[in-house]
Design a protein around this ligand. Structure first.
Ligand code: AR6
Length: 204
């Protein structure tokens, strides 16, 4: 097994400490999902874009979201005046099936300062979840922030994302979210999430 559960004596050992990753409840697991596909097609309350500090669009998933939402999204983004790295801002979804778009600005991965990169990436996830709740969104899908053009290794990004999501779901506003979906597009992200979801959200 991947995971040694307190009280379930499988006899297996694990390098993952149960002190840092305690056993989640079933209801927590039911609220987290993984989808491989195009985030622009999802009909949820909010989707999270991997934006840049200008919030004026770009390539990757950002380009796909702006194309699908239409020019009104650009106009609303322009009025926001940018966003710092490690944070997020929210807009309408316009031509998208999603009601809101949360534009998170991930870090450009810095291998010389992994801790700083991780702190900024974690901030994107936490702030996006806060914004979702503030705006009454109960279902939210995340793109794999920073793992494309910004070069964040998927094997490091996935546990950072899952840790932030789990902390939020276990926190005081966690019950205000019904579903948190992670949307992967590339095989390297699929593999990373398939490896780490059973650790952060082990089957109960
Ligand atoms: N649906 C879901 N995921 C997608 C889609 C899609 N339609 N298209 C790409 N991805 P990236 P970053 C995945 O590069 O690393 C932009 O130019 C992609 O495979 O979009 O945060 C912005 O304007 C990858 O796994 O974002 C910024 O300047 C993930 O989305 C910069 O790129 C994120 O890759 C941000 O770079």
């Amino acid at each position: 097994t991947y995971y040694h559960r307190p009280g379930s004596d499988t006899g297996s050992s694990s390098s993952i400490s149960t002190a840092t990753i305690p056993e989640p409840s079933k209801s927590l697991n039911d609220r987290v999902g993984l989808i491989r596909g195009d985030i622009t097609t999802l009909q949820l309350d909010a989707i999270v874009n991997a934006a840049n500090r200008s919030l004026l669009g770009g390539g990757g998933v950002d380009g796909a979201i702006h194309r699908a939402a239409g020019p009104e999204l650009y106009d609303e983004c322009r009025a926001l005046g940018g966003c710092p790295t490690g944070s997020a801002k929210i807009t309408g979804g316009y031509g998208l099936p999603a009601r809101k778009v949360i534009h998170a600005v991930g870090p450009i991965y810095d291998p010389l300062d992994h801790d700083k990169s991780e702190q900024l990436l974690t901030g994107c996830y936490t702030r996006s979840l806060e914004l979702a709740v503030e705006h009454g969104c109960r279902t939210i899908a995340f793109s794999a922030i920073s793992t494309g053009v910004y070069g964040y290794p998927s094997q490091d990004a996935a546990p950072a994302a899952l840790g932030a999501i789990r902390r939020f779901l276990e926190g005081p506003d966690g019950d205000k979210l019904d579903k948190v979906v992670i949307v992967t597009f590339e095989m390297k992200d699929v593999e990373a999430y398939n490896e780490f979801i059973p650790l952060y959200f082990p089957p109960v």
